[in-house]
Design a protein around this ligand. Structure first.
Ligand SMILES: NC(=O)c1ccc[n+]([C@@H]2O[C@H](COP(=O)([O-])OP(=O)(O)OC[C@H]3O[C@@H](n4cnc5c(N)ncnc54)[C@H](OP(=O)(O)O)[C@@H]3O)[C@@H](O)[C@H]2O)c1
Length: 321
């Protein structure tokens, strides 16, 4: 396992992380979740991603139980706040009140004294950015979180947070968590990349396999038990378009030629980017986890010719327009 600095911070995160969305507390049982987490840890993964709203809080409880026999100091645990998790008008968003209530609830569910990383799960137009920055700084000073960051914030919103933090001598955001994969790349490559360089923000990217589609598993229909087969995830079926399947089929040929799996090719393609501190993967079984872990070796196989071939197949290289 390789470790990368989280942006310009001193924290080292495994370049491959394991997240718990859809899986922990819902799609897989507690034993499978625990096996996945322990196998990931043994393979060198130190960063485990979570959110207060995953499985209505169950995901944090399952992760909290699974880490009990692991050394807390070796783990980088995250959670997030924004989406509705509590009743009433203050049960969501990024107000000082909801962030404070939410961190306490997350720490309790994870049964831990602090979170390493805490993300604002979206931008909240109802809360002034300085209220968010002050609140996050307070949580850091209280030792409840170590680093704070954003998820799916626009570059100008992150800029505003960084500038406010600088003016008031508060802790600026350290990381941003955007979706980034072969089908969804514009935001990272065109908008976030420059602010990562300017402010030392590290990216911890999500849905690297575009919900599993980039593993090639949907090339011949929807396998039973897969994410797209779940009633609660029916919307993913609309993303499995004939055009995307045709692209994944062509990319699978590139992967075959390199003697790597399609998932490894898709993950390696993300890992080649320096502004990516960690690619957050998801898995429902150990075979998938192992497949994804091996992507680190596939990065070396991405020669200029291979990258050019991938660009031709994807046909979505982002430009200024
Ligand atoms: N910040 C945010 O807004 C946000 C949003 C979404 C996710 N996230 C984070 O990012 C993490 C990863 O997102 P994701 O789960 O959507 O990632 P993903 O890699 O796009 O999809 C993961 C799913 O694909 C399937 N899969 C994974 N590896 C595979 C392989 N090698 N071969 C075949 N199938 C494979 C599994 O589902 P099946 O076995 O069920 O098919 C797995 O659960 C989440 O857990 C969460 O921590 C953050």
């Amino acid at each position: 396992m390789h470790y990368r600095r989280l942006g310009h911070s001193g924290l080292k995160v495994s370049e491959i992380a394991l997240g718990s969305w859809v899986t922990f507390g819902s799609q897989v049982d507690e034993d499978v979740a625990s096996d996945l987490l322990h196998s990931a840890y043994e393979a060198g993964i130190n960063f485990f991603d979570n959110a207060d709203m995953y499985a209505d809080g169950r995901s944090e409880e399952v992760m909290g139980a699974a880490i009990k026999d692991l050394p807390r100091q070796a783990l980088v645990l995250s959670s997030k706040v924004f989406w509705p998790t509590m009743p009433g008008p203050n049960g969501r968003g990024l107000s000082r009140k909801h962030i404070t209530e939410s961190i306490h609830a997350s720490l309790k569910r994870m049964d831990t004294d602090y979170l390493d990383l805490y993300f604002c799960h979206r931008f909240d137009p109802d809360t002034p950015v300085d209220e968010v920055v002050y609140t996050m700084d307070t949580l850091i000073r209280q030792g409840k979180i170590l680093y704070w960051g954003t998820s799916e914030w626009r570059a100008w919103q992150i800029n505003e947070a960084v500038n406010l933090a600088r003016i008031h001598h508060l802790a600026p955001p350290t990381m941003e968590q955007p979706q980034y994969n072969m089908f969804h790349r514009r935001r990272v490559e065109m908008e976030l990349s420059p602010i990562c360089r300017e402010h030392g923000i590290g990216l911890t990217t999500w849905s690297p396999l575009y919900y599993g589609i980039l593993s090639g598993k949907y090339n011949d229909g929807i396998p039973e038990g897969s994410r797209a087969s779940l009633d609660s995830m029916a919307w993913i079926r609309d993303r499995i378009t004939p055009e995307r399947v045709a692209i994944v089929r062509e990319l699978s040929q590139v992967a075959d030629d390199l003697h790597v799996s399609m998932a490894q090719l898709a993950l390696a393609w993300l890992l080649r980017r320096k502004e990516v501190s960690s690619v957050i993967t998801g898995a429902t079984n150990i075979r998938q986890l192992q497949d994804n872990l091996d992507s680190a070796e596939a990065v070396e196989k991405l020669s200029d010719d291979v990258l050019e071939k991938i660009e031709q197949i994807l046909g979505n290289y982002p430009d200024e327009d």
